[in-house]
Design a protein around this ligand. Structure first.
Ligand code: ADP
Ligand code: MG
Length: 308
């Protein structure tokens, strides 16, 4: 089977009504943006052995490549629309491609994004680059830089699950829920679109809540005061790990793909099926300070300790 036949077989899907004038098959895609809307563009590359283990299931990889990009689009408050895929693989095994495509389209399902083109190349190891173009009403993009003293800090879902899932896998133990949080992160695409006009700033959590929130604080020129007792933790995380580990995963564990955002009103937009938790307050000055019911807690790389 020739290369384009493989692309046609696994990557061409119907995409009517999605602003696609020309999709896969020509030299380039031709897309029709809606009037009054700005384009929001993200790209993320996953390299075998760096961003995922070489023995990852093809479907999990396809899913992940899309989900991490959708998460960035969600953090801007934008609506995902069009996606391109640059795929480098050692050999085009049809089973692998079918599984990869199934995972890719599973992650895209329901988000409104359609695959409009890409590039397929042979190389020594697997490298997947997904680029997504979203759109948003003119001037509505939610930036990292808009947080102001007095705003409330919110986070969606629960934090620390992906890192906990990874730790359990490394120990040869398994928890179905935590493993799914690691392997099938759910980008908050629909909730993100509720943020424009309501959130002052937002970021998605890919490297850990503490580190990513700090990026938002720096961009906004403010600090934050976090209440660690209010961090939303899943039952599964609490079942498997003690308090020290829970906090370590919640604050410094990566790959959660939840949204952290700030809002002046002190209330978050209501998202029917998404848990949203107030975890702290934006303050003047800089830096991230944490406390729990016992007092101030110092958060360090990979750990935390009480000031006594
Ligand atoms: P060209 O040599 O003109 O760049 P290609 O053979 O690379 O053409 O691609 C042919 C068509 O298939 C193009 O429309 C391209 O966007 C699409 N395509 C190639 N690889 C992929 C892929 N992995 N996923 C989606 N579309 C792809
Ligand atoms: Mg090409």
């Amino acid at each position: 089977v020739d290369e384009f036949e493989l692309i046609r077989r696994y990557f061409v899907r119907a995409n009517e009504g999605s602003g696609v004038i020309v999709g896969i098959g020509d030299d380039a895609a031709v897309l029709q943006p809606d009037p009054g809307r700005e384009l929001v563009v993200v790209v993320d590359t996953l390299v075998s052995g760096v961003h995922f283990p070489a023995d990852i299931a093809a479907a999990d990889l396809g899913y992940r490549a899309v989900a991490v990009n959708l998460s960035d689009i969600a953090a801007m408050g934008a609506r995902p629309r069009w996606m391109t895929l640059a795929l480098t693989i050692p050999a085009a095994g049809e089973g692998w491609l079918a599984d990869f495509a199934a995972g890719l389209f599973e992650a895209a399902a329901g988000s409104g994004v359609v695959l409009v083109g890409g590039d397929t190349t042979r190389g020594d190891s697997v490298v997947v680059s997904v680029q997504i173009t979203g759109d948003i009403r003119q001037g509505d993009a939610v930036l990292r830089s808009g947080a102001r003293a007095g705003d409330t800090v919110f986070v969606t879902g629960t934090v620390g699950d992906a890192a906990a899932g990874l730790e359990l896998l490394a120990q040869g133990r398994a928890d179905e829920y935590l493993a799914s949080r690691l392997l099938r992160p759910c980008a908050r695409v629909r909730y993100g679109q509720l943020l424009p006009g309501r959130a002052s700033a937002a970021i998605d959590i890919s490297d850990g809540l503490a580190g990513d929130l700090q990026k938002l604080l720096e961009a906004s020129g403010v600090g934050a005061e976090l209440d660690l007792d209010r961090l939303p933790l899943s039952d599964a995380l609490c079942r498997h790990f003690d308090r020290d580990d829970r906090l370590r995963f919640a604050l410094t564990g990566g790959d959660d793909y939840e949204l952290c955002f700030t809002a002046a009103a002190g209330t978050a937009p209501d998202g029917d099926d998404v848990r949203v938790t107030a975890i702290g307050t934006i303050v003047a000055g800089g830096g991230l300070r944490c406390h729990d019911q016992h007092g101030v807690v110092a958060v360090e790389d990979g750990g935390y300790r009480h000031f006594r």
